[in-house]
Design a protein around this ligand. Structure first.
Ligand code: MIC
Ligand code: SF4
Length: 643
């Protein structure tokens, strides 16, 4: 029996475990990336673990999220990250150089390598055949130190693409169709592999749009084969030497298969407030809009930007619309400037933003009250834009640009003939905004610069025999990390200050939660299915830890968040019978007696609901390693105890 593409890369990087779906495997990590919003914590942890030099083939620290400098905090954090990077052997991508995933794809990604990034959209690298995964900052810090990265061995799903996209239908519409079919939890525990004749019609930036937004399926990662199209892209980036041809064996066996006929697709949109709430643009109709934002790691390539410029050329943005455009990298922005496309955008009335995440993470451009915003981004979770009652629709660059001109949601197929976009055979290469690390000798004397906003990383404690505490919050299905620990321009500057962040925890669901935690001193959260979906941010675990949360009991967990909970020492437990979710209410007192013994070796735990006088069985299925980490009160304690 042959191997799938991801299985081949896993096999080549396997440090421990066997490749049976669901069982824990340990992987060697070749490359890492961090961004600034998760990077401060990752580097604080790297420093706490006393790692003098990184051990990976390549590690890059990007600055792309916290780029509004409204006070000293973000600038201080950037200097902190820069000082750690140059000292510890990490390349530093300076602010202005672009969004981590876009730049990494252009300049650093290599087919067949493993990439671990402290950002959930790291799977963008799957567009050139990398096994690229998102993880919490601590896991990335461990990987930088040469440590193994552990995941449950995923199942493999093959998505067969047939046919060719019709004019005006884009790669974004393909991934929206996958989301429509599979849902935001459909990818849990799976790797999505794209195959079929249709992939030959998709360029690398289009493939990267699809693997990027595979994060919204909850998938471990997504991947395309590395073929002649990959070679041409790498060659145009002066990196043909990095090319290796990679594909699945012809007799590879997949756990699931799905076919999408590209020629049957039409422009799609994900409606508020979930990326899988997908309808055709035609079905939604010409609704009024207030804002259009083009960019983000999903749709900010040169290819996307040239399409947008061609649509805007000679037109004016509708008076009721504010259009912002953030090209994904310095390379993209410089090339747009040189070929005149940037002038077409500016003349049409676009507000050009720096090459960064920007509005995608609420760093500016929050819509008006009850505003309708069309965005080429990947997430439309409630409140993420910074305006609580705004409605965000996720669309392709074509749909976004067409709508910006008309002032209403517009099917781009109504624009007539599609302009032909010619991609350059050679990109403009200038890595002057990537600072190289210091040599080992010079690095010894280099100082790490800490700003006053940087506070200690909270630590868990050794697990006790009994946890008796109240349910301080009960939430429903598909709770995102944006619910647990919101982002946005007002909160993100405090990513290295957990005590300050804690006052915003679960602010979207229940503003009184942090106060209740403080009063109670400890507590438990009860959640529905897919708890913790979305971002890799470990703050969604560290902040609840700081607030005294000891365990989360849910119907199911998203992969990265579950790992972050374990790393921080919060116990993620699963209802053995999902209906028991209805048997616990907020305010109930729960007792987990003998929890230490159960975590040490049992697969089930019984919780006594003292308020209701009932008993409920919970699954405590963890790897041996995870059990030890939970007993020690988190990964940092576990690592320190082992030394
Ligand atoms: C996001 O898109 O939510 C982020 C901001 O990039 C996060 C990382 C973070 O919270 O800093 C992600 O996707 O992992
Ligand atoms: Fe940045 Fe948005 Fe991409 Fe997250 S999803 S990395 S915030 S552009």
């Amino acid at each position: 029996m042959g191997y799938t593409l991801s299985q081949k890369i896993i096999k080549a990087h396997l440090v421990s475990g066997d490749m049976t779906p669901g069982s824990e495997i340990g992987l060697r990590i070749d490359q890492t990336l961090t961004q600034d919003a998760t990077g401060t914590m990752a580097y604080l942890q790297l420093e706490a673990m006393n790692i003098p030099r990184v051990q990976t083939e390549l590690s890059v620290a990007y600055i792309d999220h916290n780029t509004l400098q409204n006070g000293f905090e973000n600038a201080d954090d950037h200097r902190f990250i820069q000082s750690v990077a140059v000292k510890r052997g990490i390349r530093f991508s300076r602010p202005g150089n672009g969004i981590c995933h876009q730049v990494h794809l252009e300049r650093f990604g290599i087919p067949g390598k493993t990439l671990l990034g402290s950002d959930s959209h790291t799977p963008t690298g799957g567009g050139i055949g990398m096994l690229a995964m998102g993880a919490g900052g601590l896991d990335v810090a461990v990987a930088m130190g040469g440590g193994t990265y552990y995941i449950p061995m995923p199942e493999t799903v093959k998505i067969n693409l047939t046919g060719k996209l019709p004019p005006w239908v884009a790669a974004k519409d393909i991934i929206l169709e996958v989301l429509r079919r599979m849902s935001v939890k459909g990818g849990l525990g799976k790797i999505i592999e794209y195959a079929g004749e249709g992939i030959k019609t998709l360029s690398v930036p289009e493939r990267a749009t699809i693997t990027n937004m595979g994060a919204e399926l909850g998938a471990t990662t997504s991947i395309f084969p590395s073929d002649e199209i990959t070679r041409a892209f790498l060659k145009a980036q002066d990196r043909e030497k990095d090319f290796v041809q990679l594909e699945a064996d012809p007799d590879a066996v997949y756990n699931e298969e799905l076919t999408i006929d590209l020629s049957a697709l039409t422009p799609l949109a994900a409606m508020p407030h979930m990326p899988d709430n997908v309808k055709t643009v035609e079905e939604i109709g010409n609704i009024n809009i207030d804002q259009v934002c083009i960019g983000s790691c999903t749709n900010s390539s040169l290819f996307d930007m040239l399409k947008v410029a061609a649509i805007l050329k000679g037109k004016t943005v509708a008076p009721n619309v504010s259009l912002s455009i953030a090209p994904g990298s310095k390379q993209v922005l410089a090339m747009l400037a040189e070929n005149g496309a940037l002038a077409d955008m500016i003349n049409a009335g676009a507000r050009i933003l720096e090459s960064a995440c920007g509005p995608c993470i609420g760093m500016g451009q929050s819509p008006n009250s009850k505003g309708i915003s069309l965005r080429t981004f990947n997430r439309n979770f409630e409140g993420r834009s910074g305006t609580a009652d705004a409605g965000i629709y996720l669309v392709s660059p074509e749909t976004a640009a067409a709508s910006a001109i008309s002032g209403v949601l517009t099917d781009p197929r109504t624009l007539g003939e599609m302009p032909e976009i010619k991609m350059p055979l050679h990109f403009e290469i200038n890595d002057n905004m990537v600072e190289m690390p210091l040599g080992e000798k010079e690095a010894e004397n280099a100082k790490v610069i800490y700003g006053p906003n940087i506070k200690a990383v909270p630590l868990g404690h050794k697990l006790e025999a009994t946890i008796k505490t109240d349910v301080l919050l009960k939430v429903g299905d598909n709770i995102t990390t944006d619910h647990i620990m919101p982002a946005g321009s007002k909160i993100l500057p405090f990513r290295s200050n957990v005590p300050y962040l804690s006052q915003f925890c679960f602010g979207v669901c229940d503003k009184s939660f942090p106060e209740r935690c403080k009063k109670a001193g400890s507590g438990i959260i009860v959640g529905g299915s897919n708890y913790g979906q979305g971002s890799s941010r470990e703050h969604a675990a560290l902040v609840p830890l700081y607030l005294g949360i000891r365990a989360v009991i849910a119907v199911s967990f998203a992969r990265m968040h579950k790992a972050n909970l374990i790393n921080s020492g919060i116990i993620p437990l699963v209802f053995a019978n999902p209906d028991d979710y209805n048997g616990i209410d907020e305010g109930d007192t729960l007792e987990l007696s003998g929890i230490d013994d159960a975590i040490a070796g049992a697969d089930k735990v019984t919780v006594n609901n003292i308020t209701k006088n009932t008993k409920i069985t919970l699954n405590a299925e963890f790897s041996e390693r995870a059990r030890k980490i939970l007993l020690a009160g988190g990964l940092l304690n576990y690592t320190a105890n082992r030394e």
